[in-house]
Design a protein around this ligand. Structure first.
Ligand SMILES: NC(=O)c1ccc[n+]([C@@H]2O[C@H](COP(=O)([O-])OP(=O)(O)OC[C@H]3O[C@@H](n4cnc5c(N)ncnc54)[C@H](O)[C@@H]3O)[C@@H](O)[C@H]2O)c1
Length: 360
């Protein structure tokens, strides 16, 4: 079997992670980095692949698939250009800068029958896969309530890059919370209503640095999320799951706690608490942690992308999922602006119209 020839557009922080994952994935080969700036040039030199300045130049190489890891506003136009050329895409999150432009991308890909994935890499994480399997097994019951902490302290140089400070592209709602939204939807189903408050008192940037968000699920459960990129504490997936140890050394804390009608589960530690008999607050609970296989989310994401390109697997995170995640973020922004709860229309994007969108 020959390697799947992949290119990366955008050789910044996450572009480098993808390049390293391709290097570690037996099924894939990195053929080019497309990035007109110095970061892309130096990454291409370090990876020993071609360095190109434009997507037009990439077309001559005819890669089997392309990862889009550029600033958010470029995602949709670049993905559209590639899909029109018949090239499958893995688009970093958020899928685009507006839910409306994302919907147009979903439609284009469906019409062209070109598969697409979104870079919500947590769905490839063995911890999340173990949690999802346990939920499907019925021992958890239905979600009653959940608490998620996304507590990070981003250092000052992180904000030297302009798009990370700008409303519409930066801020932890779009950069970090969207991963939580995808995780909630993946584990527990669709979100029907949101309420939120934001603050930017800590950094004083135009974008928020802190938010308190409440989600109501279609199944009736409620989840509260405490989000900040300016607060110190270990309670965040990035700093506890060990997903990217070179950037974020893993600390032994829980960041996600979910109470079901039959059991309680926390992540990333995979604690799974039940009573020996029927639930009763006066009786002790026993923790029987779930087991996860070993594995790297980013490498598995690349392997999965090669399998999607070959038609052997269906996208685990469809372009429609990416569009829906962004629609939830937009509703959260509206809730902040209007100071009231915002209902979300039931998700009726036509997933079945998306190429290969029938599994998981
Ligand atoms: N999945 C994740 O965990 C994760 C993590 C970080 C970032 N992201 C997402 O990835 C994207 C990039 O984030 P980042 O932190 O790597 O940003 P970054 O600023 O470090 O990198 C962006 C790169 O895009 C390049 N670029 C700019 N214009 C370009 C163009 N027209 N054509 C090609 N390249 C161009 C820049 O030179 C830069 O190298 C964002 O959408 C972000 O939300 C995802």
């Amino acid at each position: 079997m020959t390697d799947t020839r992949l290119a990366i557009v955008g050789g910044g922080i996450i572009g480098r992670t993808h390049a390293e994952a391709i290097g570690a994935c037996a099924a894939a080969e990195l053929v080019a980095i497309v990035d007109p700036f110095e970061s892309g040039k130096s990454l291409a030199a370090a990876q020993g692949c071609a360095h190109l300045e434009t997507l037009e130049a990439l077309m001559d190489l005819r890669p089997d698939g392309v990862i889009i890891a550029t600033p958010n506003a470029l995602h949709v136009p670049q993905a559209m250009q590639l899909i029109r050329a018949g090239i499958p895409v893995l688009v970093e999150k958020p899928l685009g800068d507006t839910a409306q432009s994302c919907a147009a991308l979903v439609e284009l890909a469906a019409g062209a029958r070109v598969p697409g994935l979104v870079g919500h890499h947590r769905r490839h994480n063995p911890i999340v896969r173990a949690a999802k399997a346990a939920l499907s097994g019925g021992h958890f019951g239905t979600l009653v309530s959940g608490t998620i902490s996304s507590t990070l302290y981003k250092d000052a140089p992180y904000f030297d890059v302009a798009w990370r400070r700008e409303p519409g592209s930066g801020g932890p709602l779009l950069i970090n919370l969207i991963h939580e939204i995808d995780l909630v939807r993946h584990l527990f189903g669709e979100i029907s209503e949101v309420s939120a408050l934001t603050a930017h008192h800590q950094r004083g940037l135009a974008v928020e640095d802190t938010a308190a968000v409440i989600l109501r699920l279609e199944t009736g459960g409620l989840i509260t999320i405490a989000l900040t990129d300016a607060g110190v504490g270990p309670w965040c997936w990035d700093t506890t799951a060990g997903e990217n140890p070179a950037r974020f050394p893993a600390m032994p804390a829980s960041s996600h706690m979910f109470a079901g009608s039959k059991a309680g589960m926390s992540l990333p530690d995979l604690s799974f608490w039940t009573h020996e008999g029927p639930p009763d607050w006066t009786l002790p609970q026993v923790n029987r942690p779930l087991e996860a296989l070993a594995g790297d989310s980013y490498i598995e994401q690349i392997r999965h992308f090669t399998a999607v390109i070959a038609g052997r697997e269906s996208p685990r995170i469809t372009l429609a999922d990416g569009a829906r995640n962004l629609a939830v973020i937009e509703a959260i922004r509206l809730s902040v602006a209007q100071r009231q709860a915002v209902p979300l229309p039931a998700q009726r994007l036509n997933l079945s119209a998306e190429p290969n969108a029938m599994m998981e």
